[in-house]
Design a protein around this ligand. Structure first.
Ligand code: PMP
Length: 352
């Protein structure tokens, strides 16, 4: 008997939402955008010269960091890009959460955080959300090894005020505070302006949701130049060529088209507000989501049962069996048509 298994880095992996194949399904389970990427992305993809794929991509990703910096009025040195914000966040955990003290995040939040922490042997404490599923800023004031939370939080969709975020950053000047803004473009106020004032703040965003590019895998962090340099050093020590050539070209096109971005995010917001009204009429309740999903519980129908019934109908939503939230469904916002189909199915199902 050999002993190699004793030395394996054993991890309990993050479980992403299903990506079911096949025809007539309505996919509201992974917070994807129901609209296609900007027209410029489609054009650039058609015109892409496959011959260039024999060459490695730019290791600095400068074309893309320049475009992101220009969009936000930053310098390129304040931007780090990665293979989706998951990659960016993993690099941030690896770079900054290294003091041996526990890092802090909410008990109900993006379930990848404890997975990275466990994998990298980073101790952590989960701070319970209050009864309304709100983050209590005071929970993050004590000594810690770093702080991370999404704003709006996931899977609740609830937004925190900028002044409360600033309080958390200001109480943690000796560690890095990461605000994961995967869903900020659906009506939230970004903490980005605070990066000029606080050298311990990183704001992380993604092209996966508001820019309809989940399949391309582009995420980015914005912060003080020194923070960005430290993450880059870790990235170069891991994999120099993270972003492929197509992602670099198409990412630039996606961020350039401000008008299309405005049009599609406004559509998602309008459909979300319509869906909230309809869900309320059917007996659902939920926190006031400012994201592209609604986290809802029904007055009497168990969430697990609704999840199964919807799935049988070809409508995929997300269900988490975790304590405190096992009677909730996370419903991504699709097109108006898709949401009408969802609501009319639920209406019929609940009236049986
Ligand atoms: N942060 C949060 C809060 C998320 O919900 C997600 C999506 N699963 C991500 C980050 C990662 O998104 P991506 O890697 O597609 O940028």
């Amino acid at each position: 008997m050999s002993n190699w298994e004793n030395y394996v880095r054993k991890v309990v992996p993050y479980v992403p939402g299903e990506q079911p194949g096949g025809g007539h399904i309505i996919k509201l389970n992974t917070n994807e955008n129901p609209y296609p990427p900007a027209p410029g992305v489609q054009r650039a993809l058609r015109e892409f010269d496959a011959g260039t794929l024999r060459l490695y991509p730019e290791p600095t990703c400068k074309s893309l960091t320049d475009a992101i910096a220009e969009y936000y009025g930053l310098r390129s040195e304040q931007v780090f890009v990665g293979v989706g914000s998951d990659d960016v966040l993993a690099m941030i955990f690896l770079t900054f959460f290294n003091s041996g003290l526990p890092i802090l995040f909410p008990d109900i939040t993006y379930s990848f955080y404890p997975v990275w922490a466990d994998m990298l042997r980073i101790p952590y404490e989960e701070k319970p959300l209050d009864g309304q599923f709100l983050i209590r800023k005071e929970d993050y004031y004590g000594e810690n090894g770093g702080v991370i939370f999404p704003n709006p939080n996931a899977p609740t969709g609830i937004l925190m005020e900028l002044s409360e975020i600033e309080d958390i950053v200001a109480h943690n000047r000796d560690v890095i505070v990461v605000v994961d803004e995967a869903y900020i473009d659906f009506g939230g106020v970004s903490a980005l302006p605070l990066i000029e004032k606080y050298d311990n703040l990183l704001v992380v965003q993604t092209f996966s949701k508001s820019r309809s590019m989940a399949g391309m895998r582009i995420g980015y962090a914005m912060g003080n130049e020194r923070l960005i340099r430290y993450i880059s050093d870790v990235k170069y020590s891991f994999n120099s060529y993270t972003m492929n050539r197509t992602a670099l070209v198409l990412g630039v096109e996606a961020i350039k088209d401000a008008a299309y971005f405005k049009e599609t995010t406004e559509k998602v917001i309008a459909v979300r507000e319509w869906t909230k009204r309809e869900l309320t009429k059917l007996g659902f309740s939920f926190g006031d989501s400012m994201s592209n999903f609604i986290f809802a519980t029904h007055a009497w129908a168990p969430a697990k049962e609704l999840f199964e019934a919807l799935k049988k109908e070809g409508i995929f939503v997300r269900y988490f069996s975790q304590k405190r939230i096992s009677n909730y469904l996370r419903i991504s916002i699709g097109t108006q048509e898709e949401m009408k189909t969802l609501i009319s199915f639920l209406r019929g199902y609940l009236q049986r």
